[in-house]
Design a protein around this ligand. Structure first.
Ligand code: PEP
Ligand code: CO
Length: 465
């Protein structure tokens, strides 16, 4: 006998939605992966109702603006920089962390703009990236078997059976922490960050060990000159007019969270997930008939689709058809995460198939998730060189196929962590213990990220200049 399909905890479907084909809860009778059952169904319903009653975190016109920008990326006229934590945590919802991430994204985009001469669309993995897929349901810590940690949106990292039980109140806390993060991000990007446009304040000394140091130095000097020039001819306008746009994104994994914040808005057709500008379909939840694809097929937001082994070409094309049936531009970001050794094997046929089906997509490269490994001491890490080499081969394949690689998707932090090995500072496996903070996947630190931005620009120039 085949196992019983695993569907989610039932949430009451409001009367007004009954009879509609798609609605924010139409996923609930589909088979679902990676979303554990909540034992307290009454508390889940209450949390859901409360979350649904809360005001949106973002607006539909911001979503539409991002879609327009992504359409320009798919036309080859700009470039997408998406990055942030693997998993945000509630405890880390603090000013310095948010400042550091925004500062890093801004500096990376300055490097990209300057080197590539093309506009950059910035999307953070922030203000909602609290849920994680896991390959195993259980783990054993100190002899006790317990549920795996699935991100602060679902359960606690604390290693006890009780702490690992999915807790519906976390839906509310995730919303609150996202609102706090977003509020501060918006305040910073409105004003406060003018000084960051001065590259002499960037901490670039570490680059001295890098073979490209002279080029970095020349670039920083040239950005400096350009800003001084602008400020001389139009005093104050540079910092005040150039408000920093940064959009938010997260994996649409915990569908209770995403669907509760999915709403209609006046004078517009369709439904919008108002908890984040862009959401993505994870590599482990992309079943054509599954709950996640069903949910994503009804929202107007731009959608990322992670594509990496194992994946089925026909199923992936069918998902594209389902998520973007009318082939709208700026709607789909295909985020390939093949692993450095699989790019040449899988990517060319995938690019050709998407082209043949006529889908206008943004192609983006996630060089992180196919390149995780454990050190001899069992520390989860990634190598700067593997990451860079996946980017290089992805550019090379797109170049050969005459297609535009329009973005990168990176796990990074503005903090000085030691989670990935390599980079100009030569961090090795022994050094990983020094400041290993992530609860989930290893991220590029501040220095490694700036260096990566420079190297991404070099690859882009080889392909498209
Ligand atoms: C992630 O982006 O953190 C992630 C889990 O990615 P993927 O679904 O590609 O494995
Ligand atoms: Co990750």
């Amino acid at each position: 006998m085949s196992p019983k399909p695993k569907t989610a905890n039932p949430i009451e479907i409001p009367k007004v939605l009954e009879g509609e084909g798609w609605h924010p809860l139409s996923w609930s009778n589909k088979e679902i992966q990676q979303l554990p059952a909540y034992p307290d169904t009454e508390a889940l319903q209450q949390a859901y109702n409360k979350l649904r009653s809360y005001p949106p975190l973002i607006t539909s016109w911001e979503i539409e603006a991002l879609r327009e920008k992504l359409a320009s990326v798919s036309d080859g006229k700009s470039f997408l920089l998406q990055g942030g934590d693997c998993a945000e945590t509630f405890d880390a919802c603090k000013a310095p962390k948010i400042v550091n991430l925004l500062k890093l994204m801004l500096q990376m985009s300055f490097i990209l703009v300057h080197e590539m001469g093309t506009p950059i669309v910035r999307v953070g993995r922030i203000a909602g990236q609290y849920a994680k897929p896991r390959s195993k349901d259980f783990e054993t810590i100190n002899g006790v078997e317990m549920l795996n940690y699935r991100g602060d949106l679902i359960n606690s990292f604390q290693p006890s059976r009780e702490a690992r039980i999915p807790d519906p109140n976390r839906l509310i806390e995730a919303y609150e922490k996202s609102a706090l993060s977003l509020n501060f991000l918006r305040a910073l990007s409105d004003e406060g960050f003018a000084d960051l446009q001065h590259p002499e304040q960037w901490e670039l000394d570490f680059m001295q060990n890098n073979e490209f140091y002279k080029e970095y130095e020349a670039m920083v000097n040239s950005i400096h000159k350009a800003i001084n020039f602008m400020e001389t001819i139009t005093p104050n306008t540079f910092s005040t007019l150039h408000k920093v746009d940064i959009y938010t994104s997260h994996e649409a994994l915990n569908l209770y969270y995403d669907s509760a914040q999915t709403k209609r808005v006046p004078r517009k057709t369709g439904w919008f997930n108002l908890s984040g500008h862009m959401v993505w379909l994870g590599n482990r939840t992309k079943q054509l008939d599954g709950a996640h694809v069903e949910y994503l097929s009804g929202i107007r937001n731009p959608i990322g689709i992670k594509v990496g082994p194992p994946f089925d070409l026909d199923e992936t094309l069918a998902i594209l058809d389902k998520l973007n049936p009318s082939h709208e531009s700026g709607k789909i970001v295909l985020i390939t995460r093949m692993g450095v050794d699989n790019v040449e094997k899988h990517l060319p046929s995938f690019i050709r198939a998407v082209k043949q089906n006529g889908h206008p997509v943004v192609w983006s490269c996630d060089p992180m998730h196919g390149n995780t490994f454990a050190t001899v001491n069992n520390v989860k890490t990634r190598s700067f060189n593997h990451i860079l080499n996946e980017i290089k081969s992805t550019f090379a394949v797109h170049r050969a196929e005459g297609s535009y690689l329009g973005g990168v998707h990176l796990e990074l932090t503005g903090d000085n962590v030691t989670e990935c090995v390599g980079g100009a500072n030569g961090l090795n496996e022994k050094g990983l213990d020094r400041n290993y903070e992530t609860y989930c996947d290893p991220r590029l630190n501040y220095e490694q990220s700036l260096e990566m931005a420079f190297l991404v620009a070099k690859e882009w120039n080889k392909s498209y200049r």
